[in-house]
Design a protein around this ligand. Sequence first.
Ligand code: DOR
Ligand code: ZN
Length: 425
Amino acid sequence: MGLLIKNAIIVNADKTGQAPQDILCDGGKIARIAAGIAAGGHETIDAAGKKVLPGLIDIHTHLRQPGREDKETIETGSRAAVKGGFTSIMCMPNTNPVIDNAMVVEFIIREADRVGLCNVYPIGAVTKAQKDEELTDMAELKSAGCLAFSDDGKSVLNSRLFRLAMEYAMMLDVLIIEHCQDPLLTAGGVMNEGIVSTKIGLKGDPGIAETVTVARDIEIARYLGARVHLAHMSLKRSCELIRFAKSQGIKVTAEACPHHFTLTDEACSGFDASTKVNPPLRTQEDVDAIKEAIADGTIDCIVTDHAPHTKEDKEVGFDGAPFGLIGLETSLSLTMTELVKPGIISLNQMADKMSAAPARLVGLTGKGAVRQGYDADLTIIDPDKEWTVTREGFVSKSKNSPFIGRKLKGSVEYTICGGRVVYKI
Ligand code: DOR
Ligand code: ZN
């Protein structure tokens, strides 16, 4: 018995289906797409009035297991993922121990399989223990299941090591994801350096901490002819540098997070530690530039940077709190509300930025489109339904969201992974 989705308006990155279709999922794959497929004993979902998108893919999630299971586990993170419409997530290696050897990779894959809600792909560290001293065995990590490498949480500051990592990545055909932030320039800053930080008396992190790293990485990529993917871009100037690099044929790609196109540093003035994030929330000019860069293709994909932290960890005053906010359960609706509804991007572009492009970037074949023969990973949304973000509504173990109380448009109705319903509203 398969799963039959009736009356589906299919939204792919390249086009929207004109007439409703039925989608038959069988054996974990999309077996058939046609009008009027007979119900024939299949489990059936009526998608009339809704849109069916390729399952969302987040290439930037923090799951905290192993090491900080009080913040999030693979199980609670998977639950948050499918509630947010994600069928595949890639988890960052800044766990304890760090994802820098095959054993940790195997543990995460095994645990994710046991949970069985969504696909979880571990991201390997670039340097051992993320210490910026010695490269990991990227070939071994790739064999264990890593499709990408990053020292996220911080930059690979050692430029020689970063060059070597890019050379290995080129040989192995894996993606290097760089967190761009020079700590010597950040120098203990806790929010964006600017008028607001001066007014409220918090130490500022200047935008050049990001842009000098962006520029360096682009230059190394240019020199080697290698690919580099720049994580959570937050600045107008970063977008300008990437746009120029792309115009020169340099193989740079980039991502942005919903909080960087919905909030400014003004949000920090209430000293709510859930607005403390790396890179920091910037200015309205930056927010507008990020939106424009998403629309014109300078920014390739939208990621959550889901970074769970406990109440206890966050409630120690703005200066002492860890950086990060949760995003898995709000990303789709924030994107719908702030980008799709105002006409900045189309639903097709959203399907690209949140599914097709991420799949392409890390080489997930058979994902990122609703197409016969592809994996039956699907996200069914109601594009018009309004809902309000509440603390109690989060299934993530952590609740550090600056969006609590916000009214959003667009909701996830069903998440289907490998032809199984893994979430239903
Ligand atoms: O705000 C952030 N939190 N930015 C990062 O890069 C890391 C993340 C975390 O691990 O908490
Ligand atoms: Zn990061």
